[in-house]
Write a protein that binds this ligand. Structure first.
Ligand code: NAD
Length: 497
């Protein structure tokens, strides 16, 4: 629980590192073994309001927001260089906060540097366009302008990646911002603000307020001086944020949860389908918004595919971020572990067949961490709790389909629409299915890759607006990213035996 202590000065407001106004702090513990990894400032309403005032002043002054976009791009490129230079420090900090394997944090840091580099390169390349007026007596142009002061609220699963997807484009556009990362994983946001400071971000342009969603996050969502609230997190929090933003008619960008279908046809390459099904759900213990949590498999392949997935899932080695032999890590917190277990027990009580997992691993090694075994729930019913709700843990549910139409109907039968995949040996079928899946990203014979230059965002209740890439045609068009692996084969993220 937050405590009173003035020693932590880890909020960054108006160009200064400051403690929380009321001196509270929060202790951060590693989910892998419970060790204390940091004590940070625990900001509240007063800190958030101060940060909004700083961001408003920095925007309204106009020097930053109407200044050179090329200069803002250069700043982003310098941040990318710092991320490369200090990659080890960033990756270690991310692993200690999240419990994820160090190698995964290192991959994340590469992606984050690429994100800063991408937005650094496109800043200033598209200032707008001339419009044909049909007369020599008038000129007309469309130009792009920053939205203003942006409130940013981010989750704990890919802490710095989610921050980067908001901060980098906001800087490129000339916005100012107040960032509130998840209270569970603040370390890399602090490091990023230091990098921005080193790269020359002017005072007030970027502000960091650590603290809870109910205190700091709600100020950002409600404050009349915030023009845009950009949120990544759970659906229920997203609904609350939309409601809080409504009285001031803020622009709202939401990247929410997913219940992502992974459709496997009988003509798919078997080893590839097994391998990607495992990576899709068990990477980062399923704490991935785009995790392939719903395996939807053609009847005739069902038994062989599920048997092999269960066999392989039982071989996945679990451990802490710095254990050389670990292939996946713990859940983020004791509360989340309980939530995942409750989800599994409820699914089983509704008739799901527990094929493996459904409990914590045994052994001294796991005693102080929030570990849960890779779990497979077979024969789940369409429309049941298990297939409609996100577990956000290492839990795969299995449904069957008969033909192409049946597969699409089942895969689209969810209020979420974040991502999905189709595995088949028939390229034409792959395209047909990808076109009909109502999900914002669709992978063909692959799972998980995303590109900074391609857009990311949810259909239906998975979100409002898109991140990455260039904006599509306003709010009246969805942009779907379809990614096709033309040389599919096992990737052996989890070692095959
Ligand atoms: P969460 O919704 O509990 O919290 C996310 C953030 O919102 C945190 O910073 C939290 O402090 C803040 N918050 C909580 N209550 C708030 C309130 N009342 N007002 C303002 N802010 C509030 O989500 P989480 O548990 O941190 O993350 C997991 C969820 O995030 C999953 O549902 C996952 O699917 C989703 N997610 C989506 C994407 C995407 O790109 N679509 C990416 C990552 C995670």
């Amino acid at each position: 629980m937050p405590q009173a202590d003035n020693s932590a000065a880890t909020c960054y407001i108006d160009g200064k590192w400051v403690p929380a106004a009321d001196g509270r702090t929060r202790q951060i513990h590693c989910p892998a073994d419970g060790q204390l990894v940091a004590t940070v400032s625990e900001g509240g309403r007063a800190d958030a309001e101060q940060a909004v005032a700083a961001a408003r002043r920095a925007f309204d002054e106009g020097t930053w927001s109407t200044g050179s976009a090329w200069d803002r791009g250069d700043l982003l490129l310098r941040v990318a260089d710092i991320l490369v230079r200090d990659k080890d420090e960033f990756a270690r900090a991310e692993s200690l906060d999240t419990g994820k394997r160090l190698v995964e944090s290192e991959y994340d840091m590469d992606d984050i540097a690429a994100c800063f580099r991408y937005f650094g390169k496109i800043a200033g390349t598209d200032a707008g366009s001339l419009v044909d007026t049909g007369t020599p007596d008038a000129i007309s142009r469309v130009q792009y302008e920053p939205v203003g002061v942006c409130g940013m609220i981010t989750p704990w699963n890919f802490p710095l990646l989610q921050v980067a997807w908001k901060v980098a484009p906001a800087i490129a556009a000339g916005d100012t911002f107040i960032l509130k990362p998840s209270e569970l994983t603040p370390a890399t946001a602090i490091l990023l603000m230091r990098a921005l400071e080193e790269a020359g971000l002017p005072a007030g342009v970027g502000n960091l307020v650590l603290g809870s969603g109910s205190e700091v996050g709600s100020v950002l969502a409600e404050h009349p001086d915030v023009d845009l609230i950009s949120f990544t997190g759970g659906l229920h929090t997203g609904r609350k944020i939309s409601a809080m933003a409504a009285p001031t008619v803020k622009k709202v960008a939401l990247e929410l949860g997913g219940k992502n279908p992974n459709v496997v046809f009988a003509d798919a390459d078997f080893d590839t389908a097994v391998d990607f099904a495992l990576t899709a759900i068990f990477l980062h213990s399923g704490q991935v918004c785009s995790a392939g949590a719903r395996l939807i498999v053609q009847d005739e392949l069902h038994d062989a595919l599920v048997d092999e997935i269960v066999r392989r899932a039982e071989q996945i080695r679990i451990g802490g971020p710095f254990d050389d032999d670990a292939e996946t890590g713990p859940l983020i917190s004791a509360a989340h572990l309980q939530k995942v277990d409750d989800y599994v027990q409820k699914a089983v009580s509704e008739g799901a067949v527990l094929r493996t997992g459904g409990e914590r691993p045994e052994g001294e090694r796991y005693a102080n961490g929030h570990y849960y075994l890779p779990t497979v729930l077979d024969e789940v019913k369409q429309g049941s709790y298990a297939v409609t709700e996100e577990s956000f843990g290492p839990v795969l549910t299995v449904e069957r389909f008969t033909d192409e139409d049946d597969a699409i109907r089942i895969a689209n039968d969810t209020h979420y629409g974040l991502a999905g995949a189709v595995f088949t040996g028939d390229p034409a079928k792959a395209q047909r299915v990808a076109n009909r899946l109502r999900h914002g990203t669709v992978w063909i014979n692959d799972f998980h890759p995303y590109l900074p230059q391609a857009e990311w965002g949810g259909f239906k209740q998975s979100g409002i607006g898109r991140e990455l890439g260039r904006a599509g045609l306003g709010e009246y068009q969805e942009a779907k990213h379809v990614y096709q692996n033309l040389r599919p084969g096992p990737q052996n993220w989890f070692s095959a035996k």
